[in-house]
Design a protein around this ligand. Structure first.
Ligand SMILES: [Zn+2]
Length: 330
């Protein structure tokens, strides 16, 4: 992915802002009408903030970008939110992957628009990441696709004839809240055994905290506090205890993929997110084996499990694509 900080050459072009409010990082990017990511700011300090403080942080990032690229024409902002939303209203539902309780049922699109003074569109973060993959990444030549992102949480997007399917209110594609174990652990949404409560960064954090078999992770506490990363790095290197701890996740991911393929019959499931990449690397043979033995041959032989191509800037690019597409429709 090309990231440049061009100055004078930016003049006379149209630009959009892609704002990705992730479960771990806040990314604010400047994207040209050719869908080139021109500049990018990233912060990690946003997750504990309430909406007002986080929107102020977003506005500060935008001011910095405008200062660095003076004279450009900004046509709007596309914002990705880490939770289900009411798309027509631009409002949030009662839970998300941020920590403040003040995100419940607020008119977020309007709040951001008022603060930054630009036309603003709000969508689920996975919808935007998937949109970028469809336009610029692994889904470029596909029509009917499910995009799944596995990182801190699990999100998803459904594409039918290359268009995002949002459902009645706009919250379709929340595969992270698909129940795969009715006796499983509690999820942020209040239910038990959601896919996201098991096979995500949040799920692994819980396993590491509660399982005595993870004590080997704490032998060098000066290393860092990112025990999820440490566990996955050890698993990739073949550490037997690490592999044993995460092996059940392969079954959960396999079950989730099976449900998705049964219900939607997509051409492909595109898997993104930092953990998604690791899980594909570790579990692809066992997932493929499971799907082959649980689905009709005619179906599984023609269905692909693909890795996302664009990395962690796909949410920003998707936000900008939403803005440019909206401009084109007017
Ligand atoms: Zn849930």
């Amino acid at each position: 992915m090309k990231v440049s900080r061009s100055g004078m050459s930016s003049l006379a072009k149209k630009f959009a802002l892609g704002i990705d409010i992730g479960g771990t990082k806040l990314r604010v990017g400047l994207v040209s009408e050719e869908l080139e990511l021109v500049d990018l700011l990233i912060t990690k300090e946003h997750r504990i903030l309430n909406p007002e403080s986080l929107i102020n942080m977003v506005a500060d990032c935008i001011s910095q970008l405008i200062d660095r690229h003076q004279g450009i024409e900004l046509i709007g902002a596309g914002v990705g939110y880490p939770g289900p939303i009411n798309f027509p209203d631009g409002s949030t539902f009662s839970y998300c992957n941020l920590l403040s309780s003040e995100w419940n049922s607020i008119a977020l699109r309007e709040m951001i628009k008022c603060k930054i003074g630009l036309p603003t569109l709000l969508d689920n973060d996975a919808n935007l990441a998937g949109l970028a993959e469809m336009r610029l990444g692994s889904g470029q030549n596909l029509s009917n696709v499910v995009y799944l992102t596995i990182s801190t949480g699990i999100g998803g997007a459904i594409f039918i004839d290359r268009k995002i399917y949002r459902g009645f209110l706009g919250s379709a594609g929340e595969f992270g809240h698909m129940v795969i174990d009715i006796h499983g652990g509690e999820c942020k949404c209040g239910n038990k055994g959601c896919f996201m409560s098991q096979a995500s960064g949040l799920g692994l954090e819980k396993i590491i905290k509660e399982s005595s078999s993870c004590s080997f992770l704490f032998s060098n506490q000066e290393d860092n506090d990112d025990y999820v990363k440490k566990l996955l790095d050890l698993a990739i290197s073949g550490h037997p205890s690490a592999l044993e701890i995460i092996q059940p996740l392969a079954d959960q991911i396999s079950a989730a993929f099976l449900n998705i393929l049964h219900i939607l019959n997509p051409e492909a499931i595109i898997v993104g997110g930092s953990l998604g990449k690791v899980f594909l690397h570790l579990f692809s043979p066992s997932i493929n084996q499971y799907l082959k033995s649980h689905l009709p041959k005619e179906l599984i032989d023609q269905t692909r499990i693909l890795e996302a191509k664009l990395g962690d800037v796909n949410g920003i690019l998707g936000g900008a694509i939403l803005v440019f597409d909206d401009l084109e429709r007017r």
